[in-house]
Design a protein around this ligand. Structure first.
Ligand SMILES: Nc1ncnc2c1ncn2[C@@H]1O[C@H](COP(=O)(O)OP(=O)(O)OP(=O)(O)O)[C@@H](O)[C@H]1O
Ligand SMILES: O=C(O)[C@H](O)COP(=O)(O)O
Length: 404
């Protein structure tokens, strides 16, 4: 790693700012956190700082959204999970925050207010400009060390992510270190054959990942499922029916069909797509081969023939990267494709999962421990897999050169 980690620094007695990503699904009316996966993943980093004075920084949602809210429930949730008091401070850089930080004692933990309540945190800027923001100047004067553990936000070039590392000694937290190391292993060091399973609805992201991993010889094959699978079927001149075509249009992805065609023309023999699908007809699940999909029924899952052959293919891999489900798994009639592929992928030597929906199904199936890594990053994980250096990772590297 080209950045410093917790092993490289002394934290005892230091005032340590820890940037985490506790941005989680919330019920805005009751302020209840609906999924605490991100909290659980950050716990090792916070516990590793038990001798320090810990100041937790995070954001929740974005201005204008219903779940853009204060962090009282986040502090309570963290307190229950680490079984130590966590004091919520309803301020970021004002007098009460500064006083709370300066009166911290070793072993104490406080959480400052939602960083995005500060307008500067919502700006995208270069690290050198971010360093000059009021937010970064004030925060960096209050602490001795910055620990960035917020992998889920690592694709955002925002002041806390890229400015703080320019202003103070900074290292990666344990989650950031594990995410970067596991995702890097996909590019180099993971056992072949390597297959990328690309599903769900975020077609533009999946096409970008497919282009990168096929053109750089990272993946041996890609397996296209979900709406991504429908795009590849359409690119192969298969009639996918009006409802599935309309969904692609409403998501703004008609242009992606042309990109899928280009991928097929260069790497067609490495792209595996469904040979059979399940549609809804008269309220029932009915299966068809892809050359006989009805004109007026939506594709909602893989058909059993495809499930069987894809399960065999997945089981023969050294590595799988799984991003996005095979169908509308929320409906039990159309969940089997996603469940069977997830079960098969859990048997492979090295298995990495990106995408919250897929990870949530894996947790529901109780298969979490059979996977090598479930990424906490949605956008960050996808950007990483398209080969981009994430701004926060670059900032940690620059910081280590400056202060390490
Ligand atoms: N054929 C299909 N038609 C319509 N929707 C589909 C189809 N296949 C999958 N989906 C939907 O895709 C959604 C998940 O897609 P998405 O790309 O968001 O997954 P993800 O990357 O795992 O999740 P996240 O957005 O949380 O990171 C599910 O709600 C599922 O119902
Ligand atoms: O959930 C995420 O992807 C991160 O917390 C970043 O959130 P953002 O997309 O609002 O910047």
């Amino acid at each position: 790693m080209a950045f410093g980690t917790l092993k490289d620094v002394e934290t005892k007695g230091k005032t340590v700012f820890v940037r985490v990503d506790f941005n989680s699904p919330m019920d805005p009316s009751s302020e209840t956190i609906l999924d605490d996966k991100r909290f659980r993943e950050h716990i090792p980093t916070i516990l590793a700082l038990e001798d320090a004075k810990v100041v937790v920084l995070t954001h929740q949602s974005r201005p204008g959204k219903k779940d853009f809210t204060t962090l009282k429930s986040h502090a309570d949730k963290l307190e229950r999970l680490i079984k130590r008091p966590v004091t919520y401070i309803d301020d970021i850089i004002g007098r009460s925050a500064r006083e709370a930080v300066s009166s911290l004692r070793n072993g104490e933990v406080i959480m400052l207010e939602n960083l995005r309540f500060n307008a500067e945190e919502n700006l995208t800027m270069q690290p050198e400009d971010a360093k000059k923001t009021h937010l970064v100047r004030m925060l960096s004067e209050m602490g001795d060390l910055f620990v960035n553990d917020a992998f889920g936000t690592a694709h955002r070039s925002q002041p806390s992510m890229v400015g703080l590392p320019m202003a103070m000694k900074s290292v990666a937290g344990l989650l950031m270190e594990r995410e970067v190391s596991m995702l890097s292993k996909v590019f180099s060091g993971a056992p072949h054959p390597i297959i990328f399973i690309l599903g769900g609805t975020k077609v533009d992201d999946s096409i970008a990942v497919a282009e990168h991993v096929l053109s750089n010889g990272i993946a041996d094959q890609i397996l296209a499922i979900g709406v991504v699978g429908n795009i590849f079927l359409a690119a192969s001149e298969i009639e996918i029916g009006n409802p599935s075509r309309q969904l692609i249009e409403s998501l703004g992805y008609l242009g992606e069909i042309e990109k899928a065609k280009q991928i097929l023309s260069s790497y067609g023999d490495q792209v595996v797509m469904p040979v059979s699908v399940a549609v809804r007809e008269d309220g029932q699940r009915v299966e068809y081969p892809v050359d006989g999909i009805p004109e007026d029924a939506p594709i909602l899952d893989l058909g059993s023939v495809s499930i069987q052959s894809m399960v065999q293919l997945i089981k023969s891999q050294g590595t799988i990267v799984f991003n996005g489900p095979a169908g509308v798994f929320e409906d039990p009639d159309f969940a089997i494709g996603t469940y069977e592929l997830i079960r098969a992928a859990s048997t492979v030597d090295f298995s990495v999962v990106g995408g919250g929906h897929t990870a949530a199904v894996i947790e529901k199936m109780g298969l979490e421990s059979s996977y090598s890594h479930l990424s906490t990053g949605g956008g960050a994980c996808i950007e990483f897999l398209t080969g981009k250096k994430l701004p926060a990772v670059r900032a940690l590297e620059a910081s280590w050169e400056l202060f390490g």
